[in-house]
Design a protein around this ligand. Structure first.
Ligand code: SIN
Length: 295
């Protein structure tokens, strides 16, 4: 399906309920100035926005990022770009000063910084080096997932709150590996926080599920529920949230720019299944959001 947004931007829909590709736009300072409003509008309408073939440097990528808010640098210092700390470098290769786990960064469903009091608004990647095949990112539309639930179930979920804490680990048998991965100060910067299970988007007003997998994700449990009940509900919601009908799979080409709205989507890297000889390097920017609004 193709449709025109404001200012003659053409956006092609990539999945049934969300994700769009903007064609015919080569990023430059001048283009950003002229199309800023249309790009933001297309971002809110599509939740995931793809621009192909943008061979740009860190400065222009940062200018693109500023369309979506102020940068919020990653709290794991080793992930930051050494010269431009607002940028994160994602790499599936051994990099100086990084723990091996960093190669599989983001491989598990999550919404960026959901473990912070003010989770991320937008995140964007610039595909500096990608293999011909593999290293895709999966996205799931949390507004569609919520809208497809029966009304009585939606009403129950609106009353619940979820405990989050950063404890990412690729070791599924050791969910508390965060304590070995993070430094003292990085741990101190990520205390437990509580968010509504159903949030309202600050710009569109739409409701969406704010959930993630337990153990490997940042979700600890549902506030006030016993562990078994909470685990069962989270697992059930996650099964629903990532059903095929809510998913867009992005297959990268060199110099793709992909920007997504963390306030209404989940995403999942697949670098944990990418062969080590297939190099994947991305620049990443995340912008500061606000505390989630309960629906
Ligand atoms: C992320 O989780 O922010 C990165 C996703 C990816 O590398 O595909």
């Amino acid at each position: 399906m193709t449709w025109a947004a404001e200012n003659n931007l053409t956006v092609r829909r990539l999945a049934p309920s969300f994700a769009g590709e903007i064609s015919d736009l080569d990023l430059s300072e001048e283009v950003l100035g002229r199309h800023a409003g249309a790009i933001r509008r297309a971002f809110l309408d599509n939740k995931v926005l793809v621009l192909r073939g943008q061979e740009i440097g860190p400065a222009l990528f940062s200018a693109f990022g500023s369309l979506f808010g102020d940068p919020d640098p990653h709290h794991v210092i080793a992930m930051r770009h050494p010269e431009a700390p607002n940028l994160t470098i994602l790499s599936n290769q051994d990099e100086p000063g990084r723990k091996p786990q960093a190669k599989y960064f983001g491989s598990g469903w999550h919404s960026d910084y959901s473990y912070k009091a003010a989770p991320a608004a937008a995140t964007m990647l610039l595909a500096a080096e990608v293999p011909e095949e593999g290293g895709d990112t999966l996205f799931a539309d949390m507004e569609a997932a919520f809208a497809e639930l029966p009304e009585a179930r939606q009403a129950e979920l609106r009353r619940l709150r979820v405990r989050h804490q950063y404890r990412w680990s690729p070791d599924r048998s050791d969910p508390w590996a965060r304590w070995t991965f993070l430094s003292e100060s990085e741990r101190a910067a990520t205390p437990e926080v509580v968010h509504p299970l159903v949030r309202r988007h600050p710009a569109t007003g739409n409701e969406s599920l704010m959930i993630g997998p337990r153990v490997i994700g940042s979700v600890i449990g549902i506030e006030g529920m016993d562990e078994a009940q909470s685990d069962a509900l989270i697992d059930d919601l996650m099964r629903h949230a990532v059903e095929e009908r809510f998913i867009y799979r992005h297959r990268y080409r060199p110099w793709d720019v992909v920007v997504w709205d963390n306030r209404c989507t989940l995403h999942c890297a697949t670098t944990d299944t990418l062969a080590a000889d297939k190099v994947r390097r991305m620049l990443r920017i995340t912008t500061r959001g606000q505390p989630p609004i309960a629906a």
